[in-house]
Ligand binder design. Sequence first.
Ligand code: S3P
Length: 438
Amino acid sequence: MPLEARASQALSGRVRVPGDKSISHRALILGALAVGETRISGLLEGEDVLNTAKAMQALGAQVERTGAGAWTVRGVGVGGFAAPREPLDFGNSGTGCRLAMGAVAGCPIAAIFDGDASLRGRPMRRILDPLALMGASVSSQADGGRLPMTLQGARDPLPIVYRTPVASAQIKSAVLLAGLSAPGVTTVIESEASRDHTELMLTHFGAKVTSANEGAHGRKISLTGQPELHGANVVVPADPSSAAFPIVAALIVAGSDIVLTDVMTNPLRTGLFTTLREMGASIEESNSRNDAGEPMAEVRVRASNLRGVTVPAERAPSMIDEYLVLSVAAAFAEGTTTMKGLQELRVKESDRLEATAAMLRVNGVKVEISGDDMIVEGKGFVPGGGLVATYMDHRIAMSALVMGLASDAPIKVDDTAFIATSFPDFIPMMGGLGAEYA
Ligand code: S3P
């Protein structure tokens, strides 16, 4: 369904955006691999996570919804997945699919992995290569390591030392999840640290995981295999990647003043906050606390005059999903914003480098892609008036619907359907803050 965003009055109010997507997937998967009961509160009930819940059920775990955001999982124990009778359909979700591949790779079963047209176009070799070293194999696949494919898990998984070719929490997590079934220590080395939710949650469920700095920006993570994972309670904090949309909206709509509660502030996820503050944004954190190793805080955002900045490539892993909405802030800033090292954006739910440039251009913003860098010419205003193609990508739809709240002419998106993958209440929640959509 198409939707149009229009210039809005000052946004105000206090909201909690939905639970963190990364943590929600992991809570279901670790719950399914643990012995005993895992109780999750604040689970993101978006389509991506619901597909992971179904997959865990198909693999033998008992997964039950007991209330809004409240879920109980009774797991099968490490290595205990049963062969699913039907293909596992992960819809739009690379995270659900790739983490589940790692978990299945450590079990002596075969499973068919599939997804929607967007996920079928995304690279899986990066996951399959290390899993093959651990003893898993692919018995059938579409061209070039794409879905659908049948993954045969290892009977006797081997622990490995793996240096990831790209800083990706999905690759790291797949290897660690397969390593749960291997005897001895599985090690992942990444040259730039990616989000560490898997490591933190594995520790919370009783596994032994160590993490040490490696080089200037990297990490070396080691997991001792064959642990007794026990069920645990998981409180899912609000997703900073979803919070990014109301945050940028409040910054660009004059007079806005909003508060977001329980926002996860893990430093490996808050590169956007750092960048926006460098641009002059008023973003204040208070009431900081910690749950199961994950920090969270209340975040107050007030409309601000922004200026262009250069975002260094090494910051990319900590804000990899936020460049689309950052480009919106950059368009409303005064001066040039240069975002470096964005090659990974080409293999997300869409080619986000091209899709972001197209979103800006069709609304009168000057943008250039130079190699793996994106350069946005901020003029302090956005003409708007464009129809934005969303390419089955939730974050393009939400970014465009934020941009239209402060552009001179309304901005339309061609399809809002995929917003439900990560932020089902986006439109009513933004509406409650004062956003005008029609
Ligand atoms: C995620 C990792 C990121 C991110 C994705 C969620 C995760 O992907 O883009 O939305 O939960 O591990 P990569 O780590 O592969 O870049």
